[in-house]
Design a protein. Structure first.
Ligand code: ZN
Length: 361
């Protein structure tokens, strides 16, 4: 049985996060751009017109766009910093995630001016180019002295996705377009090394729903899904369906049951084998299933069950928001992801960018 979607309370919950920004007391929060992004995704997915209600914040987001000249190097670099307090030091830390979050926020705010006038496409592309490592993967920041991918940063599938998503947002469509800034074959080769025997993508052969979504999005953005064998895609679909904690449906063990079943989590999705269900993995798994089969994903994943799980177990009916599971308090990230999962299922959201379809072509 389904309970109601507390839309009005979620709007209030999300607005509370935005109303703290930009406040007079300069918080030491390094994730301001992320906070704005998660709030705006949730609000816009709930039908709030952010371009009207938060128009005044566009200038604030612009302030996070930084152009850099590195001594001894003739090209400029540009991207977004996560917070202005970070930018005060003499090492501005533009990063791939903050750049994607800011660009998507500006899309939600319908700030075409940024994309057509304010943005320096070449220097932004230079930044992405310099984040790419020799094995095709990406670091999220560059070493400001060289410039080369930061040797202290991790490189994983998240940044492959983020780099390709940014390039897509600045107009790259064909392989040649992407090739202007990155080595496309190399990033594909790198992602291929992250395929797991059980299906899905991950490190050390262990598939992870978040990495799987990142990899599939990147393949899709690079128009290269056909590089993945049909058999591997089918295995990945099965692996993803197994992540739904449910004792019914088509994906069951030989004994006729799902070995990971827990009645309290019925319908929710886990991120890896033997883990608890978690709101955000509903989005990562559903988004992956949707990329693999646009038309059937709602049927194969028993959408009604996951809706019930989110609405009855992780939605907070008192203060709004969604929590990670049925025990924690609601938080901004899981609120954004819970709403995104529900909106993905009803066709309102573009899963590749995790924002409503109306804002991206
Ligand atoms: Zn989570």
């Amino acid at each position: 049985m389904s309970v109601g979607f507390e839309s009005i309370k979620h709007v209030k919950f999300l607005k509370r996060h935005l109303n703290m920004l930009p406040s007079s007391q300069q918080s030491h929060d390094v994730n301001r751009i992320a906070i704005i992004f998660y709030s705006m995704v949730g609000l816009s997915a709930l039908g709030v017109d952010c371009s009207r209600e938060y128009e005044s914040q566009i200038a604030y987001i612009y302030e996070h766009y930084v152009k850099l000249q590195i001594p001894g190097y003739d090209k400029t670099f540009s991207g977004f910093v996560g917070s202005l307090t970070v930018n005060v030091s003499n090492v501005p830390c533009i990063s791939l995630p903050n750049t994607l979050f800011a660009l998507l926020t500006l899309k939600i705010m319908r700030s075409d001016d940024f994309f057509y006038k304010h943005m320096d496409r070449q220097s932004l592309g230079n930044f992405i180019r310099k984040c790419q490592c020799s094995d095709g993967s990406f670091a999220s920041v560059i070493d400001m002295n060289k410039p080369v991918p930061s040797p202290v940063d991790s490189t994983d599938l998240r940044f492959c996705y983020i780099a390709t998503a940014i390039l897509s947002l600045i107009g790259c469509k064909t392989k040649e377009d992407f090739q202007e800034f990155i080595d496309v074959d190399r990033v594909i080769d790198y992602m291929m090394t992250k395929k797991c025997d059980a299906g899905g993508f991950g490190d050390y052969g262990e598939a992870h729903a978040g990495y799987t979504s990142c990899a599939l999005c990147a393949f899709k953005l690079l128009s290269s899904l056909d590089k993945l064998e049909v058999e591997f895609r089918e295995r990945t679909t099965d692996w993803l369906l197994y992540r739904q904690v449910s004792n019914s449906g088509t994906v069951l063990s030989q004994e006729g049951r799902n070995p990971y079943y827990d009645p309290e989590e019925n319908g929710g999705f886990q991120g890896r084998e033997n883990k608890f269900a978690d709101t955000c993995y509903a989005f990562w798994c559903l988004n992956s299933l949707k990329i693999l089969d646009e038309n059937e994903f709602n049927n194969v994943c028993r959408a009604g069950l996951v809706q019930d799980y989110l609405l009855t177990k992780t939605q907070n009916n008192l203060i709004g928001g969604f929590s990670k599971n049925d025990e924690d308090n609601p938080d901004l990230y899981h609120t954004c992801m819970g709403i995104a999962a529900l909106r993905l299922m009803n066709g309102f959201l573009n899963g590749l960018f995790c924002i409503p379809k109306q804002f991206v072509s």
